[in-house]
Design a protein around this ligand. Structure first.
Ligand code: UGA
Length: 508
């Protein structure tokens, strides 16, 4: 098959249009993997005008998608999938059929962790085999899954079968930097697009695919009045460097989180306020304000596995990246430190009714994979607490892995009769609580905020005792309504009653 020219038609480009991306020649794209990365990428590539077939080996998921049902929650995704399917730019197929006649194939399959922390690349190898067997014309193979450095080189060997047919196949590494919960927004407003290539021609071809983003010539589907005109940086490197950029970026961000978490412990110990420390640090442009929010640690399907995998990659290459091992250790300790905070406030956890607000590993997603919330809930239940949980989106996914918890329909139901409300995911909804209503529902006005998500003064003004992370100074201000001593005394009295009751029960 003769390769088509991907150069945008200049006559068309010079024509004025409401949506200039509609004037370009669409590229026939196959996106393999309909997970968080694949489905978002496929949908957004269709939205900027390409013709996209999104594939998955899970037939049930494909059928759901064909009926317009999303396999996970991601803001704006559903409406964009429907819109692009209706416009005929997006459809769902099997991997085998999607690669036939594709001009560009994006690999977006999962790379879950193996027992030893390395990434399992078997799904990528399978896709490479299918491309080798089924693809019919010259094409670009674009590797988007998060992979260890040198995976591109291995992939190239796998694709030899394809090349043996006399077809041209260029491999591009194109790491993704989409965050769950804001993935669509991140796709349309990236800071940088990183491309690892071996031939300049491949860079030129992939540049045409991303042209609408680079020129900012698309209708932003996220912001009704999008004023953003900052163009993303276009970073072209070799494939090894592109692969390293991804792992190094995620590991660096994880390191920032563990660093601020240690600073928060220090703040608790010496009576300082970590939010002020982070603010002061973040004003230095060499540090930056992002990812300096302390709390119960990082979770999700990216940071925990990517840090682990990066340590293994370094080890295999003969480099001791023990710095990252400590990042992991600090993160693992967050759960126990937080549960200890709960213990300290409640004195005796056993038999206490605790409301847990939030289950997703971060807001705006229903993803609970490697979510710190699960560990915290399990730990509280192990200690004998009666947990009622609420999350705006993640209940069903949490129920599938933790069926024994009482799940509630709203934060008030969860808090009914609770002796502590524990915030583990910083959903916006929790910042707009009717505090007086909540005050009437709880057995005891105690908020333990694992994300420093709430306004401490507002919470205290409404009569709650407020405990957060690394803000001993905030607790010390102790505002009008708080009365720590009173709560301590109540704790002590309750504990004495509990112990007496336990003794009595045993004696009977
Ligand atoms: C992360 C990266 O941010 C993306 O750039 C990358 O594309 C993605 O992984 C991936 O590799 O696919 P994501 O895991 O969706 O994205 O979420 P983040 O917003 O990065 O948060 C990760 C974890 O760190 C969450 O548990 C969050 O609560 C925690 N976090 C984040 C903190 O504890 N403190 C912070 O200041 C920021």
């Amino acid at each position: 098959m003769k390769p088509r020219s991907w150069r945008p038609c200049h006559a068309c480009r010079s024509r004025s249009s409401q949506n200039p991306s509609e004037d370009r020649i669409p590229v026939k794209i196959s996106v393999i993997g309909a997970g968080y990365v694949g489905l978002t990428t496929a949908t957004c590539l269709a939205e900027i005008g390409h013709t996209v077939r999104c594939a998955d080996n899970d037939e049930t998921k494909l059928n759901l998608l064909r009926c317009g049902q999303m396999p996970f929650f991601e803001p704006h995704l559903e409406e964009l999938v429907l819109k692009n399917c209706q416009a005929g730019r997006l459809r769902f197929e099997t991997t085998e059929s999607s690669v036939v006649n594709a001009e560009a194939i994006f690999i977006c399959v999962g790379t879950p962790p193996l027992e030893n922390g390395e990434a399992d690349l078997s799904a990528i190898a399978n896709v490479a085999r299918t491309i080798g067997q089924r693809a019919t014309g010259d094409c670009l193979v674009i590797e988007k899954s998060t992979v260890p450095v040198q995976t591109g080189q291995q992939l190239k060997r796998q694709l030899q079968l394809y090349v043996d047919k006399g077809l041209r196949c260029d491999l591009v590494s194109n790491p993704e930097f989409l965050r769950e919960g804001s993935a669509i927004e991140d796709f349309f407003h990236p800071d940088r697009i990183v491309i690892g290539v071996e031939r300049e021609e491949a860079a030129r071809q992939i540049e045409e695919i991303y042209r609408p983003l680079l020129d900012r010539s698309f209708h932003c589907p996220v912001h009704s009045d999008c004023k953003e005109d900052r163009k993303p940086a276009w970073v072209v490197t070799d494939t090894n460097s592109a692969e390293l950029i991804k792992h190094a970026s995620n590991s660096f961000l994880a390191m920032k989180i563990s660093f601020i978490n240690m600073v928060s412990d220090l703040c608790d110990a010496v009576g300082a306020d970590v939010s002020k420390v982070a603010l002061g640090m973040g004003m230095d442009p060499r540090i930056g304000p992002a990812f300096l929010n302390p709390g119960i640690g990082f979770g999700g399907f990216c940071f925990p596995k990517d840090v682990q995998a990066f340590v293994r990659i370094a080890e295999k290459a003969g480099c001791d990246f023990s710095l990252l091992r400590e990042v992991e250790n600090v993160n693992k300790r967050r759960i126990e430190l937080f549960v200890e905070k709960v213990r300290k406030e409640l004195w005796v956890v056993r038999g206490r009714k605790i409301a847990v607000w939030g289950l997703a590993f971060k807001p705006n997603t229903d993803d609970v994979r490697f979510a710190p919330s699960l560990e915290i809930v399990r730990s509280l239940i192990r200690e004998g607490a009666e947990v009622s949980a609420y999350d705006p989106q993640a209940t069903e996914k949490a129920r599938a892995v933790m069926p024994d918890v009482r799940y509630c329909a709203n934060p008030y139901e969860a808090a009914q009769g609770a002796e502590a409300v524990v915030v583990v995911t910083e959903w916006e909804e929790f910042r707009h609580i009717d505090w007086q209503r909540l005050r009437r529902l709880v057995e005891r006005p105690l908020i333990i905020d694992g994300r420093n998500a709430l306004d401490s003064k507002l919470v205290a003004r409404n009569g709650f005792h407020y405990v957060s992370i690394g803000r001993a100074a905030v607790a010390a201000e102790r505002v009008e309504c708080g009365d720590r001593e009173k709560i301590r005394t109540e704790n002590a009295e309750r504990a004495v009653q509990d112990i007496a009751l336990e003794g009595l029960t045993r004696a009977l």
